[in-house]
Write a protein that binds this ligand. Structure first.
Ligand code: DGL
Length: 269
């Protein structure tokens, strides 16, 4: 193992949602150090333009590169959909993983009838990134996308099993179920928290949790690059945000499933 193996993985998102990815990474790669950036001052990204998201994303990547990360994980579907290519150009040879590539791959491996549904933010849906990623591997697959923006604040409110959330999910899923999808990609950082409820509203449909599939893809990429950290029994996990961390901590601990020790506020740009 050389020094680079000890370097952290840089994970980033528009806010708190990417912590679902951190949680999956901690479970899959328990010896890795992690630096997380959540752009809490400028969230949501899901309603912003490509140009704005690209500018913000480049600032975040610069910040993470200053922290000597050995790999980047784009935890935010909206960032992956709009700025993924530019981030990869900037990162050079460094492994860059993202929720859309991993989610599309997992959906293709899961579907039996070749009909895949995607729920995501408006910007992710408008970018067509999931359909492109799926069709680049199998052009015969039916891909149905549905913007589900109301689910983001409902999850942040902690209404994971609330009647309002159930009715909202039901409404969003209607057109996808009419098309007889057998696989549904949870194409937004917040949606894995709704897995039980979505499962009840879409019986018989396989749910793809991009956080888990991205953690698996990260493990494989680090292993292939000889970058796994295998001697780190007390990993370091640091969280950076762009606004006062109070709300980030409260909501974040729900997303992460554990307490957060080191949260710091920084200003970008
Ligand atoms: N993190 C975003 C995503 O996965 C959801 C929140 C936002 O709109 O910024 O698309």
């Amino acid at each position: 193992m050389n020094n680079t193996n000890q370097c952290p993985i840089g994970v980033f998102d528009s806010g708190v949602g990417g912590l679902t990815n951190v949680r999956a990474l901690m479970e899959r790669l328990p010896m890795e150090n992690i630096v997380y950036f959540g752009d809490t001052a400028r969230v949501p990204y899901g309603t912003k333009s490509r140009a704005t998201i690209e500018t913000f994303s480049m600032q975040i990547v610069d910040f993470l590169l200053e922290h000597d990360v050995k790999a980047l994980v784009i935890a935010c579907n909206t960032i992956a959909a709009t700025a993924g290519q530019r981030i990869r150009q900037k990162a050079g040879n460094m492994p860059v993983l993202d929720v859309i590539s991993a989610g599309a791959q997992a959906a293709l491996a899961t579907t039996r009838n070749n009909k895949i549904g995607i729920i995501a933010t408006n910007t992710t849906v408008n970018s067509n990134a999931y359909a492109r990623a799926i069709h680049s591997q199998n052009s015969a697959t039916l891909v149905r996308t549905q913007a589900a923006p109301l689910l983001v604040p409902l999850v942040e409110e902690g209404w994971l099993d609330h009647e309002v959330t159930r009715l909202t999910v039901r409404e969003y899923l209607k057109p996808l179920l009419v098309d007889n999808i057998d696989t549904l990609v949870l194409g937004c950082t917040h949606f894995p928290l709704l897995k039980p409820l979505i499962g009840q509203e879409a019986p018989g449909v396989a749910l793809v949790d991009s956080a888990i599939t991205t953690a698996e893809a990260t493990a494989q990429a680090l292993s292939a690059a000889g970058l796994l950290n295998s001697e780190n029994p007390a990993p370091d996990c640091r969280f950076y945000v762009s606004d006062i961390p109070l709300r980030f901590r409260t909501i974040g601990e729900r997303f992460l499933g554990r307490s957060m020790e080191q949260i710091e506020m920084v200003t970008l740009g």
